[in-house]
Design a protein around this ligand. Sequence first.
Ligand code: OAD
Length: 236
Amino acid sequence: MPNKKIVVLTGAGVSAESGLSTFRDSGGLWDGFDVNEVASIDGWHKKPQKVLDFYNLRRIQAAKALPNLAHLHLKKLEENFEVVIVTQNVDDLHERAGSSNVIHLHGKLSEARSEVDPYEIIEIGINNINIGDISKDGTQLRPAIVWFGEMVPMIEIAAHEVSTSDILIVIGTSLAVYPAAGLIHYAKNEIRKIIIDPSKPELISLSGWEHIPKRATEGVPELVNDLINTILNERT
Ligand code: OAD
């Protein structure tokens, strides 16, 4: 029998206990920054230096952060399940925890792209992007982040993964941003659907969801150990 497939949709809450701010909690990133200035194509055209400063700072913060128990337990799930992580996060903490199949819906801090071609990408690691840094096609490099109002190239692949999952786990996202939030509607009716988040996003007050109202570093290890014990018992 092939392993059951678990798709895990994560948001900023999974990295919160690694010291990276969420967006919409009080004191979150969108309290201190205007989303239209730093995370939109319009903001980029008006104040590119401000946008670069914002992501250069976030890149350094993410590089200093370490995967937490939630990231590490999601890696552990791979021992007994096929696991696909679909993350809205631009950090690489899932990868650094060892997860082997991670889809980044909103891009990655460690990549820069051409201003005109979203597929002309270069790996920059922890380096800054500066005004005057040029892509192969001669245009200014910009963060390879999917900004508000832009297409989300990975959305169809992610939707396919959710639609073929046997269990869907959602961790630490307000489900306030589309099209990412809409992914939950691709899950088959009969599958187990679980959300781990101290708050319950409005979108899943619908029936059929189990809500674990805990922080990621507490709720994820508990759930992962429970899922592994259950599958091992089923197999014996
Ligand atoms: P939000 O800031 O909107 O939501 C964070 C969620 O994490 C909330 O539901 C919190 O209750 C929860 N949370 C906080 N601390 C937690 C913890 N320790 N453990 C578990 N959950 C916790 O962040 P996202 O939903 O990820 O996009 O935001 C989605 C997108 O909006 C981001 O990818 C970003 C942003 O604008 C772009 O910049 C394009």
